[in-house]
Design a protein around this ligand. Structure first.
Ligand SMILES: [Zn+2]
Length: 377
């Protein structure tokens, strides 16, 4: 049921720091912990919307940077918003565009008010500020709007990180002021502060004082390594408001997700399953395989016998190997479908384990099976 107030998250059960919950939005409910497939430019690459839904995915991500350049936010709004344009009536989270401007756009110029940049597509000049990013996400009809911030580069000195975080917190207040509340919609603030815990703490306090429907942890998975990422989560997550969802941006591998759920994270997004699907890397119950490898040329078994996707129920590893060797489009299509199915099955397994109070045993069993691999010659 769609909430009368803002988007709301409710806790169902806990297992240690891990949380099982439910997100009620204007576009339907989502069970957490959840993994969001990345639908960069209004499409999860190589997948129809029906195929994405069939995997059990309920929440997808769209990229403001790509959509503002093509087809343009005003055009998306005229076409009925991203939900209608992309045939995705379910909830959609959009990023703020800031991270991709810094990683993709040439000739970008950051100032205290925002960032001016040239499009990587046609060189045209554009500008993003907290107000513009929030307005664009409204035009896209994002169910969840992200605050516009600067993802502090890694590595950075403590002084650089402090200045960057302080600017992001000033921008967070401006984003909140620019956000138009609607029933079942919400806006998330983003914790920055790099690997400096006192800065992370100050960032959490600043965001909680503003008040958002959810809180993201940003600036991780940028090269600091898993032990440092976990250390930051262990110190930061317990300080976040307990009645709001927590989103770890851009993470990650199945192993990163297991470790982060155990540290209290509820939401994830990453390009890994879709990008890997286009480059012949398969995520399975037995670990990661490269389907270009010659050992699969005569392997007539299903990729992952535990998986119900079309690739695993109808085709062999040998066929998928052949498709990638011939650069046939069907290879990336089938393997993207499988990888997204695997990630959704994996998240379902995590939710069932939290409900049963056995996440630690479940995580140990998952890691053991990945290590084992399969018995391919
Ligand atoms: Zn499969």
């Amino acid at each position: 049921m769609s909430p009368a107030g803002p988007l709301a998250w409710s806790l169902e059960s806990t297992d240690g720091a891990a949380r099982l919950g439910r997100l009620a939005t204007a576009h339907g409910e989502v069970e957490t912990p959840v993994f969001m497939p990345v639908g960069t430019a209004g499409t999860v690459k190589a997948m129809t919307a029906d195929a994405v839904r069939s995997t059990g995915a309920r929440l997808i991500l769209g990229n403001t940077y790509h959509l503002m350049l093509r087809p343009g936010a005003e055009r998306v709004a005229r076409l009925g918003g991203l939900h209608r344009m992309a045939d995705w009536p379910g909830p959609i989270l959009t990023d703020s565009g800031g991270f991709q401007v810094m990683s993709l756009a040439p000739l970008r110029k950051l100032d205290a008010d925002g960032v001016t940049f040239r499009s990587h597509v046609d060189g045209s000049e554009h500008r993003l500020t907290p107000e513009i990013s929030t307005a664009i996400q409204h035009q896209l009809d994002a169910t969840i709007t992200m605050a516009f911030d600067e993802c502090t580069p890694f590595p950075a000195t403590e002084e650089q990180t402090r200045d960057s975080m302080a600017m992001s917190m000033r921008w967070a207040a401006r984003c909140r002021a620019a956000f138009a509340p609607r029933p079942g919609y919400g806006q998330f603030g983003i914790v920055q502060g790099g690997v400096f815990q006192d800065l992370r703490d100050r960032s959490v306090d600043a965001l909680a004082a503003i008040g958002f429907e959810g809180y993201a942890v940003g600036g991780l998975a940028v090269g600091e390594g898993q032990p440092t990422m976990y250390a930051v989560l262990e110190a930061t997550v317990p300080r976040l408001p307990t009645d709001r969802p927590r989103y770890l941006m851009g993470v990650g591998t199945p192993d990163d997700i297991l470790g982060s759920v155990a540290r209290g994270i509820d939401m994830f997004d990453c390009v890994i399953p879709t990008r890997a699907g286009r480059t012949a890397r398969a995520y399975t119950r037995r670990g990661v395989f490269n389907l270009r490898n010659a050992r699969f040329a005569d392997d007539d078994r299903p990729l992952d016998p535990g998986c119900a996707c079309p690739l695993c129920t109808r085709h062999t590893r040998a066929y998928l190997h052949h498709l990638f060797r011939c650069t046939e489009m069907l290879g990336p299509m089938l393997l993207t479908w499988h990888n997204i199915q695997y990630y959704q099955d994996f998240m379902r397994g995590i939710r069932e384990a939290i409900r049963a109070g056995r996440l630690a045993q479940h995580a140990a069993a998952q890691r053991a099976t990945w290590q084992e691999g399969d018995d391919s010659p």
